[in-house]
Write a protein that binds this ligand. Structure first.
Ligand code: ADP
Ligand code: MG
Length: 339
């Protein structure tokens, strides 16, 4: 009997891996926006057509890539962000797994234009099915543009599984808002089918929250700010009267990364105890900064779930910080709530 095990060709391996990283247009949006942030951009523009099914393009004015790096970036496990395993415990960038662009190039038709400040010409690259189809020098501004067309063109089952344009656009807007809230000192815009939906000038976190989540919060934000040797928490919580009947405007960022944490959500809700009706949801946009060695972000490919080294401390701290902030507002018992 002959031996039967073979290594899969790269394009097949990439396509399989892509299933985890790129589940829908919004996942690609998240990865491309995070790459632009990691590249030090101060101006990031997102363009979508047909809810991202036809086109997702991110243009940034970040540091760009050399000609060689422009080819390398589509290889699997190719990253400039970590070099050795210890780097994982010091990670400050959004990316580090080196699989987003490889995945995107396996499931869409990609056009990359990029130029570094020190280069006189830029590089244009077209990639499809993980194969470079065209490469040539081009004139370009410093920065990077990545356009991905016809997502899942080569995986009809995935493409058919996508939801309506309204639903996919909502997912994209969610990802866009998370990144935009996290970096108020970066200009962001989102243009859908030629119409600009968001145009977010640089500003303070408070200004960004109001720009993104709505003017109704303008006079309703309470500053949260506490620091210890172990961690720093800052951001805003909504005054109790601004709580909504629907869950939604609630954001945790750990070292600037949006995370989902029912556990920490509970800590905040606890701090509001008796100030809001049981079935309503306060706004919060909270940033927790701590030594990267104290969190494991490598729990899931999308990095939205993390593990804290000591989650009880973080819980206690979040609850105390929010309580403290709310206490500074004389919440008198005469306030009327539907309890
Ligand atoms: P990761 O972000 O995990 O490193 P990616 O596949 O997202 O992996 O990107 C691979 C590499 O390509 C990055 O490490 C970075 O060096 C480079 N890169 C990607 N996007 C950009 C960009 N917008 N500007 C400059 N470099 C980029
Ligand atoms: Mg990345």
């Amino acid at each position: 009997m002959p031996d039967i095990i073979q290594l899969l060709p790269d394009n097949i391996a990439n396509q399989i891996a892509a299933g985890e990283v790129i589940q829908r247009p919004a996942s690609a949006v998240k990865e491309l926006l995070e790459n632009a942030v990691d590249a030090g951009a101060t101006d990031i523009r997102l363009l979508i057509q047909d809810a991202g099914k036809q086109l997702i393009q991110v243009l940034d004015n970040g540091k760009g890539m050399s000609e060689t790096d422009a080819r390398m970036c589509f290889e699997r496990h190719a990253t400039s962000k970590i070099h050795q395993i210890d780097d994982l415990f010091r990670i400050r960038t959004m990316g580090f797994r080196g699989e987003a662009l490889a995945s995107i190039a396996a499931v869409a038709q990609v056009e990359l234009k990029t130029k570094r400040a020190e280069d006189t010409t830029g590089t244009l690259l077209e990639v499809e099915n993980s194969l470079v189809k065209r490469q040539e020098p081009i004139a370009a501004n410093t920065g990077t543009s990545i356009a991905m067309k016809n997502l899942f063109f080569n995986i009809p089952a995935r493409r058919n599984f996508l939801k309506s344009n309204a639903a996919e656009t909502r997912h994209i807007v969610d990802e866009f808002i998370r990144v935009a809230l996290s970096f108020p000192d970066i200009f962001f815009s989102l243009t859908a089918n030629g119409t600009e939906m968001f145009h977010l000038e640089k500003g303070t976190l408070k200004q960004r929250i109001v720009q993104v989540l709505g003017n109704q919060y303008n006079a309703k934000l309470v500053t949260v700010q506490e620091q210890t040797d172990y961690l720093n928490i800052y951001g805003f919580v909504g005054k109790p009267e601004a709580a909504k009947k629907t869950r939604g405007d609630q954001y945790f960022f750990v070292n600037n990364r949006f995370i989902r944490s029912p556990y920490l959500n509970h800590a905040v809700m606890n701090a509001y105890q008796e100030m809001i009706a049981a079935d309503s949801f306060p706004l919060y946009v909270l940033f927790i900064d701590l030594d990267p060695s104290q969190v494991d972000i490598n729990v899931h490919p999308t990095k939205q779930e993390i593990k804290f080294e000591d989650e009880k401390i973080v819980y206690a701290f979040v609850q105390a910080a929010v309580k403290h902030a709310l206490a500074q507002f004389s919440v008198t018992p005469t306030l009327e709530f539907d309890l």
